[in-house]
Write a protein of this length. Structure first.
Length: 456
């Protein structure tokens, strides 16, 4: 059948409060044109993030009732550990309260001032945690992939050529690790091929540098490998996942994405010394190594969710529903990043709002307009998030000005998506009337979370 239905039934619902355009105009002004500051009660369709916003399954809720809340040696931890070792294959596994906690511990352990950390594309929290250590995050995406309108099945790939050049011309004592983000969130939610993962691993081994994977959307990436790399079309998702992580020395994970839970994460490594340092820091800031800042019930839900995320029926629905949204926008000439990725649609705001320059934040201007028009909350992935002021006082901007419509897992129905499409088309028709924004207050790190802006 052509129609892809949701492979689940709804057991519980949460009401959505409907408000008016006039209400939303006041709300966005009162919150200084920053959608992170808007209350969830004032949002109709929330596509700000897919992190921790999914709907858990009946099995996960049952697992929560089974949670062992012992401070040390929890049975829930042992279950959690066994599941992760079976899927990812790493020797040492530490639970954390979320992905950025894993990042902070890893970079605090491995990085020092002046170090360089290459990645295909760092996401905001990854970049911020590296900068906080006095280290430098370097993105190594292929130049051709920065064109949002080009079609390539694995636009999330790291440029092996750029990586080789960096490693061959840099003091290797200043490169403590290489990271690979799957899928490439800041790069438009684009997948990374198994071939590219293998190539990056080969280069890392050549220069004796550990490779860590940001694993938060591992199942979606594995699905794209199955669909787009002929060699793996008959492989199970789990087998593909195991192959992916066989190339790595460790990983960070936000379980709030592909483990389909509301909180949690983990940090893995095969290195004995690194594991010991990670554990000591975890005890200091997160909790005992068998709970890591989480309740036992959270560990149960994560373990169950990891396996549910690899279900082929779920993944087919997940990716096809994103594709449906993307195709409908393309049919109406809305410029989106192509091809569609796994967890979100990215509107190219620089093409949508050609009359607004980068220094007036077209992505944020569009995101605010979508909220006013239809109560849709989404996030800017552009110069508000990835721009700033360098050490010489010069303003710099992001390569792309994107608006991310991140789809929570198992949360919204077909009619919700059709409503989103209708709102975007309406805004596109009157796009020339949209004005840019300027920052009136910002913080040093992750400024998009708290910045205050106004219309110009």
């Amino acid at each position: 059948m052509k129609t892809i239905i949701e492979p689940f039934k709804i057991k519980s619902v949460e009401p959505i409060k409907m408000n008016s355009i006039d209400d939303r105009k006041k709300i966005i002004i009162n919150n200084n044109y920053n959608l992170f500051q808007v209350r969830s009660n004032d949002v109709i369709i929330d596509l700000l993030t897919d992190s921790g916003t999914g709907a858990m399954s009946s099995k996960q809720w049952a697992g929560i009732m089974n949670g062992d809340e012992s401070y040390a040696g929890s049975n829930s931890y042992l279950y959690f550990k066994d599941v992760i070792q079976d899927i990812f294959g790493f020797k040492y596994i530490l639970p954390t309260h979320q992905g950025r906690a894993s990042e902070r511990i890893l970079f605090s352990t491995l990085c020092k001032e002046g170090d360089i950390v290459p990645n295909n594309t760092h996401f905001d929290t990854t970049k911020a945690n590296i900068l906080f250590q006095g280290s430098k995050p370097v993105d190594l995406i292929d130049e051709e992939y920065k064109n949002t309108q080009s079609i390539f099945p694995f636009k999330g790939n790291m440029s092996v050529k750029k990586l080789e050049k960096l490693l061959s011309t840099t003091d290797l004592t200043k490169i403590p690790l290489i990271m690979l983000t799957i899928t490439n969130n800041s790069g438009g939610g684009q997948p990374v091929s198994m071939q590219n993962i293998s190539q990056v691993s080969k280069v890392a081994k050549k220069y004796k540098i550990p490779l860590y994977i940001d694993a938060c959307r591992f199942a979606e990436n594995a699905y794209f490998i199955k669909q787009r790399e002929d060699k793996y079309k008959n492989w199970t998702i789990k087998k593909i996942v195991q192959k992916i992580f066989s190339y790595a020395d460790g990983c960070t994970m936000s379980a709030k994405k592909d483990a389909i839970v509301n909180i949690g994460g983990f940090l893995c490594t095969n290195n004995d010394e690194v594991a010991e340092k990670n554990k000591n820091l975890l005890i200091l800031t997160e909790g005992f190594p068998t709970y890591g800042g989480l309740a036992g019930r959270d560990l149960e839900a994560i373990a169950i969710g990891l396996n549910e995320a690899m279900d082929i029926d779920y993944l087919n629905y997940r990716v096809k529903s994103i594709e449906y949204l993307g195709n409908k926008l393309l049919e109406n000439n809305i410029p989106i990043l192509q091809p569609t990725g796994g967890h979100a649609i990215y509107i190219d705001a620089s093409l949508f709002l050609k009359h607004i320059n980068k220094n007036r934040f077209p992505g944020q201007a569009l995101a605010c307009e979508l909220y006013i028009a239809g109560g849709i909350r989404c996030s800017e992935i552009g110069s508000l998030m990835f721009g700033g002021i360098d050490e010489n006082g010069k303003e710099y901007f992001s390569d792309n000005e994107l608006v991310r419509l991140a789809m929570p897992r198992r949360t919204y129905t077909q009619s919700h998506i059709d409503y989103v499409i209708e709102v975007i088309i309406d805004v596109y028709k009157r796009r020339k009337n949209i004005r840019g924004l300027k920052i009136i207050e910002q913080s040093k790190y992750l400024r998009h979370f708290t910045a205050k802006l106004k219309k110009v």
